[in-house]
Ligand binder design. Structure first.
Ligand code: GDP
Ligand code: MG
Length: 396
C-alpha cells in the first residue's frame, strides 16, 4: 500500500435498522458485526471497524483493486440503538467525516436527530447523506422522503450535503458513494504537536495456547489525533489500569511501555502520521489490554499527558429540547448534585455536578479522565431510565 495516499476516517451513523452495517459491508466488501453477541441480536453493540482502499479506473470508483488506488478510508460503524448513544459519541471523537444513513421508508427518526446533532457538536462538517432502502418505496414516497431530508438539513452544516439514493441490500448506487468518499476534504493534520493517540479498542491478539516466547504484546487500536509515533517510542497510557482495593476507592495506574510494532490494516509501518487509524502493538502483558480494557485511554510519549484527574470544568451549551426521544421535551435546568453522563474523546464517565456558575459547570467524576483543554464533551441526562443527549461542553 502506498503510505502517502490520502487517508480519512469516516463514521457511519443513523437510526437503528436503517442499514448502516449492510451499507458498510457493501462499500468495503467486509463485514463489521463480528462479535457473536451482535450477530445473534442483529444489532451493532460495539463500534465496528473496517477499512478499504478506493481505486479509480477511468470513471469507475471501486474497492476491488481495479485501476489506481487513490484514497485510504477507515470506517467506524456506530451503533444506532438508543441505549448506545454514548458509544456513538465515542465514535464521533475519532472521525473526520460521516455518512448519515436514513431509510427512505422510515424517514427521520430519534437517533437520526441525535446522531446528526452529535456530528454538528463535534464540528464534523463533511457529511454524505444516504437515502437507503429505496427498493422498498415508490417513486412518490422516495420524493417525499427526499423533501423531508432536505427540510431536516436546512440551516445546518449539512444544508448542501449530497443526498444519494441507495439500496444497500441490492447494491444500488454504491459506486457513487465511493466516488464521493474520494472527494471528501481531508482535514489539516497537525504533525508538529506532541502525539495524542485516542484508544478506541484494545485486545489480546494471541491464540489460546501460544507459547510464552511467541506471545505478542498487548494491542491498542484507535486514532492518532496529532503528532507522530514511531516503533520504539516509549509511551505512556493514561488513565491506565484500574486497581480495586477492598474498602478503598479504585485507583488508576498509568502504564508505560514501548511501541513494538504499528499496523494499518494488515500493513506494518515504522511510523504513523496524524489522522491514521492504526493498531499499536506494545510490550505490555496482553492480559492488560484484553477485552477493550484500555478503551478510552489516551497515549502519548512520556511526560506529555496531564495528571489523572477526577475534577472536570466545562463550559456547557444545552439544547432547547432533549434529543433521542420521540416526544418533545424541554431540557430542564441543571441542578447541583445531579449526576450526568459525560462523553470525552473515546471515554465515558459520570459527573456529579458540584458547582454551577454562568458559563461553567464543575464536576466531580466517578471515573477519572484525561481531558485536554478545548476537548468537546457530550452531556447526557438520565430521563426515565435512559441516557439522553441534552447538550455539549468544552473542557476549560
Ligand atoms: P443498522 O442497524 O443501521 O446497522 O442496520 P442493518 O444494516 O443491520 O440493517 C437492518 C435491516 O435492514 C437488515 O435486515 C438489512 O438486511 C435491511 N436492509 C439494509 N439495507 C437495506 C436496503 O437497502 N433495502 C432493504 N430492503 N433492506 C435493507
Ligand atoms: Mg449496525
Amino acid at each position: 500500500m502506498d503510505k502517502n495516499l490520502p487517508e480519512i476516517n469516516v463514521g457511519v451513523v443513523g437510526h437503528i435498522d436503517h442499514g448502516k452495517t449492510t451499507l458498510l459491508s457493501r462499500i468495503t466488501g467486509k463485514f463489521t458485526d463480528t462479535h457473536s453477541e451482535e450477530l445473534k441480536r442483529g444489532i451493532t453493540i460495539k463500534l465496528g471497524y473496517t477499512e478499504t482502499l478506493i481505486y479509480k479506473d477511468k470513471d469507475n470508483y471501486n474497492a476491488k483493486g481495479k485501476g489506481k488506488p487513490i484514497r485510504y478510508v477507515s470506517f467506524i460503524d456506530a451503533p444506532g440503538h438508543e441505549m448506545l448513544m454514548a458509544k456513538m459519541l465515542s465514535g464521533a471523537a475519532i472521525i473526520d467525516a460521516a455518512i448519515l444513513v436514513i431509510a427512505a421508508n422510515e424517514g427521520i427518526k430519534p437517533q437520526t436527530r441525535e446522531h446528526f446533532m452529535a456530528l454538528q457538536a463535534k464540528d464534523i462538517k463533511n457529511i454524505i447523506v444516504i437515502q437507503n432502502k429505496i427498493d422498498l418505496v415508490s417513486k412518490e414516497q422516495a420524493l417525499k422522503n427526499y423533501k423531508e431530508i432536505k427540510e431536516f438539513l436546512k440551516g445546518t452544516i449539512a444544508e448542501n450535503a449530497l443526498i444519494i439514493p441507495v439500496s444497500a441490500q441490492q447494491g444500488i448506487n454504491i459506486e457513487k458513494i465511493l466516488e464521493e468518499l474520494t472527494k471528501l476534504k481531508i482535514p489539516e493534520r497537525d504533525h508538529q504537536s506532541k502525539p495524542i493517540f485516542l484508544v478506541a479498542r484494545s485486545f489480546d491478539i494471541n491464540k489460546p495456547g501460544t507459547t510464552p516466547e511467541k506471545l505478542k504484546g498487548g494491542v491498542l487500536g484507535g486514532i492518532l489525533k496529532k503528532g507522530v509515533l514511531k516503533v520504539g517510542d516509549e509511551i505512556e497510557i493514561k488513565p491506565g489500569i484500574s486497581i480495586k482495593k477492598p474498602h478503598k476507592e479504585t485507583e488508576y495506574q498509568t502504564l508505560t511501555t514501548k511501541i513494538s510494532s504499528l499496523y494499518k490494516g494488515k500493513e506494518s509501518l515504522d511510523e504513523i502520521e496524524p489522522g491514521a487509524s492504526v493498531s499499536i502493538e506494545t510490550a505490555l502483558d496482553p492480559f492488560l489490554t484484553k477485552a477493550d480494557s484500555l478503551t478510552g485511554c489516551i497515549v502519548s510519549t512520556k511526560g506529555v499527558l496531564p495528571e489523572i484527574s477526577k475534577k472536570l470544568d466545562i463550559e456547557p451549551k444545552f439544547f432547547e429540547e432533549v434529543l433521542g426521544i420521540k416526544e418533545r421535551k424541554k431540557v430542564e435546568d441543571i441542578k447541583t448534585k445531579e449526576l450526568l453522563m459525560l462523553s470525552i474523546n473515546t471515554t465515558i464517565t459520570i459527573g456529579n455536578v458540584e458547582k454551577i456558575s454562568d458559563d461553567k459547570i464543575e464536576f466531580a467524576l466517578n471515573i477519572p479522565v484525561i481531558a485536554l483543554k478545548g476537548d468537546k464533551v457530550g452531556i447526557a441526562r438520565n430521563i426515565d431510565g435512559h441516557w439522553r443527549l441534552i447538550g455539549f461542553g468544552k473542557v476549560l
